[in-house]
Design a protein around this ligand. Structure first.
Ligand code: PLP
Length: 357
């Protein structure tokens, strides 16, 4: 398996599993309702405090998935009289949230502050303007230019939201995210969003930011009010994972080393890894049939590498997407590379330039 989002290799970590099991013994398997009714346990409140502390914000709120966290925050805060400008590669949950809010939405060119500036210049543009970017883009593995975007946000008096589904636990010296990566203050970003199903090996999503924002969401965000609370085992697993990240910093070092190793060897084989500069490593093939045939050949060699096709990417951007994780050792990665070498040699489906290598 070379496509799992388990970036820090925490799935199966004994301390995290024990925490989840203990939570089941103490609280049971479900919460019996939504957060505002029976669904809030002390575990939920503790996790939210710990997420806020980890992200350097005043408060945080959890949701049953990252998808719902995006839906919740955008639809609760913004409406038809506002304006949202999103990166052209924004995740579907962000696009759906903008649709649900019925807010006029524009897209700027991927990771291009000059394109964002053009959009901002073309005011008047609504009561309030929200810019939405991602820490690490999930299909390409590149990182947002946060400092330049922060400058624009300040200059134009806009709000900024950063989706850290893939950068939380992954970027920065301690895994705190893209603000730590660029050494900018967490409070400069108005709304932080994260997932608990990637570097954190659980389920759920969260929004982190100022206290007032969190209080407001508790009483205005439909996915929080009308959907069941996270189950206790998921909350306990996420809490313990935060502690493991602090206790075992070597995982982050290994993750980054593995990402560089995997990406460089794939490039040496002639594969196009696109814009990747993180553990997310696409192999861009650009043709759906080629991609699916290559995936099957890898599967026959015992390698699970997922194909990414429409609607997750445009048809010309069809790819296989790999993820480096801290659970991989060198022998494992060499086996993967050997598999990619074999399919490259044996395959008649690869682009000509790959066959010639
Ligand atoms: C950028 C981004 N945002 C949000 C989500 C949704 O997160 P979750 O899987 O926790 O619903 C994903 C999921 O892959 C994602 O890639």
């Amino acid at each position: 398996m070379i496509s799992s989002y388990d970036y820090l290799g925490l799935i199966g970590h004994p301390a995290i599993e024990s925490a989840a099991v203990e939570a089941i013994h103490k609280y049971g398997t479900g919460t019996g309702g939504v957060r505002l009714l029976t669904g809030t346990t002390d575990l939920h409140c503790l996790l939210e405090r710990e997420l806020a502390a980890f992200k350097g914000t005043e408060a945080a709120l959890t949701f049953s998935s990252g998808y719902l966290a995006n839906l919740a925050v955008i639809s609760a805060l913004f409406g038809p009289s506002d304006r949202i400008i999103i990166d052209s590669k924004a995740h579907r949950s962000i696009v759906d949230a903008c649709r649900l809010s019925r807010v006029p939405t524009e897209r700027f060119d991927h990771n291009a502050p000059s394109s964002l500036k053009n959009k901002l210049d073309r005011g008047p543009g609504g009561r309030r303007t929200l810019i939405i970017i991602e820490g690490i883009y999930s299909m390409d593995g590149d990182i947002c230019p946060l400092p330049e975007i922060l400058e624009l946000k300040k200059k134009y008096g806009a709000c900024l939201m950063v989706d850290e589904a893939h950068s939380f636990g992954v970027l920065g010296a301690k895994g705190r995210g893209v603000d730590e990566h660029f050494k900018v203050a967490s409070k400069d970003v108005d709304i932080w969003m994260g997932s608990l199903s990637k570097a954190i090996p659980s389920n759920g999503g969260f929004i982190a930011g100022p206290k007032d924002l969190i209080y407001y969401l508790q009483h205005a965000a439909s996915p929080f009010i009308f959907s069941a609370a996270l189950c206790p085992a998921a909350v306990a697993a996420a809490r313990e994972a935060l502690r493991v990240i602090e206790r075992e910093p070597e995982r982050l070092v290994k993750l980054n080393n593995n990402a560089v190793f995997l990406r460089e060897l794939l490039k040496e084989l002639g594969y196009d890894t696109g814009l990747s500069e993180s553990p997310v490593i696409p192999i861009i093939l650009g043709d759906q049939e080629k991609t699916l045939r290559l995936t099957r050949k890898l599967f026959a060699l015992g390698i699970i590498a997922v194909p990414i096709t429409k609607p997750a990417v445009s048809p010309g951007g069809t790819r296989i997407r790999l993820c480096a994780t801290a659970a991989q050792d060198e022998a494992f990665l060499q086996d993967i590379i050997e598999g990619f070498r074999k399919v490259r040699i044996s395959s008649s489906v690869l682009p000509k330039f790959l066959m010639e290598k």
